[in-house]
Write a new protein. Structure first.
Length: 133
């Protein structure tokens, strides 16, 4: 029996629909906000914030309940590479945190929602980049 499985970035083709359905609630992954095209779009649009979100995996791509989000304020004139590096640093912080919650039983998926410490999450837990980080 599968207790926990995590993926980073794009979902592997090996995670077929039936396997995802069978493991629902035991899978977590980071969303595609950290993909190169997402950085370009954020910079071109002049977005104030960008980041990465950890969410449960469901058969529909990136549609699972959000768990934890790391956000960085986009600096004026920032390069795509600089933004990517800042978001990745945050991903390395929040992804293990979410996995720890899942592995310890603090985090579950129930009724199509993420629950943390016995309470439903109406929105992901947000961690903003520390100033000067």
């Amino acid at each position: 029996m599968l207790d926990t499985l995590t993926t980073a970035g794009e979902r592997s083709p090996a995670l077929a629909f039936d396997k995802v359905r069978a493991a629902e609630g035991a899978l977590a992954q980071t969303a595609e906000t950290d993909a190169p095209a997402a950085y370009r779009r954020a910079l071109a649009a002049g977005d104030a914030w960008h980041g990465t979100t950890v969410h449960f995996v469901v058969p529909e791509l990136d549609a699972g309940p959000a768990i934890l989000q790391y956000r960085v304020r986009v600096a004026p004139g920032e390069s795509e590479d600089a933004l990517r590096q800042r978001v990745q640093r945050g991903e390395y912080l929040v992804y293990p945190r979410a996995i720890g919650w899942l592995a310890s039983g603090r985090l579950v998926q129930r009724d199509g929602r993420a629950w943390l410490d016995g309470r439903p999450l109406d929105a992901p837990v947000v961690v903003d980049e520390a100033p000067g980080a």
